[in-house]
Design a protein around this ligand. Structure first.
Ligand SMILES: Cc1cc2nc3c(=O)[nH]c(=O)nc-3n(C[C@H](O)[C@H](O)[C@H](O)COP(=O)(O)OP(=O)(O)OC[C@H]3O[C@@H](n4cnc5c(N)ncnc54)[C@H](O)[C@@H]3O)c2cc1C
Length: 303
């Protein structure tokens, strides 16, 4: 089995998440080739075949041109799977490749099973397993679903000629609006999940964050319900954080939340369900009602 992995650069830097593609390929026990639109100066630690096009000439983000480059590599490699990260780059390019080759696309893969792939459904409450009916398929993998693996070594680079033209022109990046809280820099984060029950209870979670000298974080349902603003959201569609201490209060541990906080040094989870998935990555799981445990902990800390 062979995979063609499509890595990513941002502002001249190879993204760390590119290594999750190798983690995915190693779970499939697949041979790999990689394609990057980047630069010789920032190559991955990987001793295999690498198709490289120069981002300085064809733009770091230009789905029209990048599609042509990928199709060229596909023709040379005949992979079974063409694999993207499920990022704004991947979800723009992947369907263009699938449509051009008239093959299946499976999006937001979170696990590989025997010949199939698991994807989330019902707002990530359930998983379904799907198989591609075409011999070759395009996949996008969910951030954080597969471990980052550095294969090591230096790639055998094959430079791809830059195609000129296309209907789009890459203009540049625009920084996001400044947020009222920068969780990326916080050393302690206390996050509220749906398990806190109602908006009024956020003050209880905020009180623990304040007592610990940390910031308030939140899972997506808490933000969607407008209990706190989006700047507090942790996860794939929120912020990625790596504090010294992360306290997850009434958070189940869905993959999209874990992707944003699993690099925390120490994770304390409080959940009334002893089998909640957050327990798999937590250093300590306290099985308790969050509204009983958190005020008691805050009182101890504040003393
Ligand atoms: C495309 C996409 C992007 C997403 N992006 C994000 C993202 O960036 N961030 C994010 O967080 N989610 C994101 N999600 C949503 C994600 O899939 C989950 O739905 C979400 O993380 C669940 O939030 P939660 O853990 O707070 O709620 P739930 O999954 O409902 O879990 C609540 C938990 O609280 C516990 N609980 C209930 N009552 C109590 C109590 N009294 N005391 C203690 N524990 C209690 C329950 O046992 C349960 O484990 C995304 C989903 C999709 C499809």
């Amino acid at each position: 089995m062979k995979t063609l992995l499509i890595g990513e650069y941002r502002e001249g830097k190879l993204l760390d998440s590119t290594y999750e593609l190798f983690g995915f390929a190693s779970q499939l026990n697949a041979d790999t080739a990689m394609l990057l639109v980047g630069s010789e100066a920032q190559l991955p630690a990987y001793g295999g075949a690498l198709y490289l096009a120069d981002a300085a000439s064809c733009g770091e983000y230009n789905p029209d041109l990048h599609k042509q480059l990928i199709l060229e590599a596909v023709q040379k490699e005949s992979p079974d799977y063409i694999v993207f990260l499920h990022s704004s780059y991947g979800w723009d390019l992947a369907p263009r490749i699938a449509a051009s080759l008239n093959i299946a696309q499976i999006s937001e893969v979170i696990a590989a099973t025997d010949g199939g792939f698991e994807v989330g459904c019902c707002n990530a409450k359930m998983r379904r397993t799907v198989k591609a009916s075409s011999a070759t398929a395009v996949l996008t993998i969910q951030a954080g679903a597969f471990p980052a693996v550095q294969p090591g070594g230096s790639p055998t680079v094959q430079n791809l000629a830059v195609v000129i033209g296309g209907a789009l022109e890459f203009v540049g990046y625009e920084p996001a609006e400044k947020k009222d809280v920068d969780l990326a820099k916080a050393e302690i984060i206390v996050s509220a999940g749906r398990g806190v029950g109602k908006k009024d209870n956020i003050t209880v979670i905020q009180a623990l964050a304040t007592a610990l000298g940390g910031e308030l974080g939140a899972s997506r349902p808490v933000v969607d319900a407008e209990w706190v603003s989006h700047s507090h959201q942790v996860g794939t569609t929120g912020q990625t954080v790596s504090p010294k201490l992360y306290v997850a209060c009434g958070i189940s541990g869905a993959i999209q939340h874990l992707a944003g906080m699993k690099k925390s040094d120490f994770i304390l989870a409080i959940n009334k369900d002893k089998d909640a998935p957050i327990g798999e990555i937590a250093d300590v799981l306290v099985v308790a009602d969050v509204m009983q445990f958190v005020p008691a902990l805050t009182a101890k800390v504040a003393r």
